[in-house]
Design a protein around this ligand. Structure first.
Ligand code: G3H
Ligand code: ZN
Length: 283
């Protein structure tokens, strides 16, 4: 069934688990995610970035996501990941996304509040729920790059004000993770998550979660993280399986045979994450 992000995340917040939000670019990734979720009886969020939408086309990605969500035996939300402008968010709402992210984190606080509030007012009027970002998460997610020196952690008091003034439904915070592949082991600022949780009572979102050890993710969940974004780990699984298959079967030309093992590999890593997040069995 297709639900809003808020419906999924309030249950996660209440019951102290996190819903995995997995990036989607094509049919095989969506199938891997839905199969994993149904097999483990887990709620799940399908999220498309602006890059993913550009690659697949809004009609394809929206309709694939809606079809998958409506037919799924588990709760599914279709979410825009890192929408950086108002038009992109409106396009996704118009195409039936049930959740959107307006990422105004590159703007000064006042501007971030203004653009987020504008999106929240419109999205809520049509039953769509909203994620925003405060602080700057480092690394590269598709076309958005934030260098190490520009990455800034979320300030708890700013977060309190931001949530009160925007009415946003869930908030992405910068607490030490980064998008893409890590060079060393990421160090999460647990005290900061705790401090934010103490003054903000909506679900909190962790970006850049690929490559973060299971124990760190579970500690973050116990402190208030309810949505965990994963992209790079799925890409790795996909690319690894395709490379291995092609190396072992250089004469194979059937796309179904080449992509089959990749879909399986993505499903396995997604299932692993759902177990770590505690969302398995929660649908
Ligand atoms: O918004 C998407 C994510 O934050 C994914 O980050 O590629 O590091 O898993 P990741
Ligand atoms: Zn992200």
């Amino acid at each position: 069934m297709l639900l809003t992000g808020k419906e999924l995340l309030l249950d996660a917040q209440k019951n102290k688990y996190a819903v995995g939000a997995f990036n989607v670019n094509n049919m095989e990734i969506i199938q891997a995610i839905i199969d994993a979720a149904e097999e483990l009886n887990s709620p799940v969020i399908l999220q498309a970035s602006q890059g993913g939408i550009k690659y697949a086309g809004i009609e394809y990605i929206a309709n694939l996501g809606k079809l998958a969500g409506r037919n799924a035996k588990v709760p599914v939300a279709l979410h825009l990941d890192h929408g950086t402008d108002f038009d992109q968010v409106m396009l996704c709402i118009r195409h039936g996304f049930t959740s959107v992210m307006i990422d105004g984190s590159i703007f000064p606080l006042e501007e971030n509040i203004a653009i987020t509030k504008k999106v929240v007012d419109i999205a809520h009027a049509v039953g769509v729920t909203v994620e925003a970002e405060l602080g700057k998460i480092g690394g590269t997610e598709d076309h958005i790059t934030v260098s190490e020196k520009d990455a800034t952690f979320t300030d708890p008091l700013e977060a309190k004000r931001f949530v009160e003034e925007t009415g946003v439904d869930y908030l992405a915070i910068a607490v030490g993770t980064a998008h893409g592949v890590y060079k060393g082991e990421p160090k999460l600022d647990y005290d900061r998550i705790k401090a934010i949780r103490e003054v903000v009572d909506i679900p909190l979102v962790l970006h850049g979660s690929s490559g973060v050890p299971a124990e760190s993710l579970q500690k973050a969940i116990s402190l208030g993280i309810s949505k965990i974004n994963i992209d790079t780990d799925i890409r790795n699984a996909f690319a690894g399986a395709v490379k291995e298959f092609v190396m072992n079967n250089p004469d194979e030309i059937d796309p179904r045979k080449i992509l089959g093992p990749a879909t399986k590999a993505m499903k396995e890593i997604i299932k692993e994450k759902m177990e770590i997040f505690g969302s398995a069995g929660r649908a």
